[in-house]
Design a protein around this ligand. Structure first.
Ligand code: ADE
Length: 395
């Protein structure tokens, strides 16, 4: 067909206008339906913000968005309570709660887990999901910036599913307001129109369980905190528990290790299973390249010394933080912003990653005027406190 014989756009408009009312409706209705469908899908599909734990495959999930480290963590995550080591109080409570929900045939209460990073908040959520036989959608508060982000996820949930929101203390006010009726009555309150003509529509959504995780429970607004039926703090792990985690991970990854080797790694893992799992891999690299492949106490200790992880699990940043306070600020107190600026780290990393363990180990103290190194902190670095140092008056 020659180009100049193609019907023009005006031809279509004129011939459409000349049709009868019924014919025009026949043409328009499928067109409008298609348009609505695509607009709806654009709002609902937020798969770039959702990550699956691998409990069950979900078509909404884009697997490429999971970083390498997460893939490693997911591959060793326990799927049942027997394989989940530590947090025994939480496990016992959860077993009863899950059993009751199954007997009542009702979804689980919303739950809030808090505590320092790496203690297994995501892992325990995965165990809950697999024990209940439901899917889990994982997202984090900073990814729920716009109202459509949270609405999209809530509308994509199926009955009984678990929605896991990490760093829930960072949720913005609008997203929180959308969550309230969703958590309480399983509805979404949508407003249409403007000012006087505005109408509120209550849209029902499937019953779901929200599991929130945070390192800062105190930063959650009280209306949000009050909507959780269960609030639980995750504790640091003992050396014995961490040694079991190390043995389990080594078995899954087919790494040869002795129980003394596992204990040596556990002792330097800062009470945190995520760190223990990373260290098993790092030490295993050394064991293969520099030794005969087996991780025993000597191999573990020598490798961790090379990695500059000391007997208490402190790394270069932790020691730099303590040294800074001692050398530049006379042991403190000094403000967190000053510490972060001097170390070229951001305040959140210091607060969430370094501090919790330094405080728990008793090397650092938090005072109203800032952070102070404790006498144990000085002793650990092999330094003397100014008050302990000999002065001219001692002679
Ligand atoms: N990996 C990470 N956390 C774990 C835990 N609590 N038990 C077993 N393996 C783990």
């Amino acid at each position: 067909m020659r180009v100049d014989t193609l019907p023009s756009r005006r031809y279509f408009v004129v011939s459409f206008a000349r049709r009868g009312k019924t014919t025009r409706l026949f043409i328009l209705i499928p067109f409008i339906c298609l348009l609505c469908y695509y607009l709806g899908m654009a709002i609902i599909s937020d798969d770039d913000k959702i990550i699956n734990t691998g409990v069950k495959k979900n078509p909404n999930i884009k697997m490429e968005s999971i970083e390498y480290d997460k893939t490693f963590e997911n591959s060793i995550r326990p799927k049942d309570f027997d394989n989940y080591i530590g947090q025994s109080e939480l496990k016992e409570t959860l077993k009863v709660t899950l059993e009751a929900a199954k007997l009542r045939e009702k979804p689980l209460d919303h739950m809030l887990f808090y505590g320092p990073p790496g203690l297994g908040k995501t892992t325990i959520t995965g165990v809950i999901a697999s024990q209940m036989g439901v899917e889990i959608k994982i997202t984090s508060a900073p990814a729920l910036e716009r109202p459509r982000d949270i609405i999209g996820i809530l509308m994509s949930l199926k009955g009984g599913e678990i929605l896991f929101i990490d760093e829930i203390h960072r949720l913005n006010k609008v997203a929180e307001e959308i969550l309230y009726p969703a958590m309480e009555d399983f509805t979404l309150d949508m407003t249409t129109g403007k000012s006087q003509t505005a109408k509120t529509l209550r849209v029902p959504i499937p019953k779901f369980t929200l599991i929130g995780a945070t390192t800062k429970a105190g930063d959650l607004s009280s209306p949000l905190r009050d909507r959780f039926g269960m609030i639980h703090r995750l504790e640091f792990y003992t050396v014995e528990e961490l040694a079991q985690v190390v043995m389990r991970t080594a078995k899954i990854l087919e790494i040869e290790i002795t129980s003394d080797g596992a204990k040596a790694i556990a002792m330097r893992s800062r009470g945190t299973p995520r760190i223990a799992n990373r260290l098993v891999k790092r030490v295993s690299d050394f064991a293969i390249v520099k030794y005969d492949g087996l991780i025993d106490e000597k191999v573990a200790n020598e490798s961790l010394d090379i990695l500059k992880i000391d007997k208490f699990g402190l790394d270069t940043t932790d020691r730099a933080l303590l040294n800074l306070i001692i050398e530049k600020y006379d042991g403190g107190p000094v403000g967190i912003e000053t510490i972060a600026a001097a170390l070229s780290e951001d305040v959140r990393t210091i607060e969430d990653v370094c501090e919790p363990y330094l405080l728990q180990a008793g090397f650092l103290q938090r005072t109203p005027r800032g952070r102070k190194v404790s006498p144990e902190g000085y002793r650990h670095l092999g330094l003397k406190q100014a008050s302990e140092q000999t002065t001219l008056f001692d002679f």
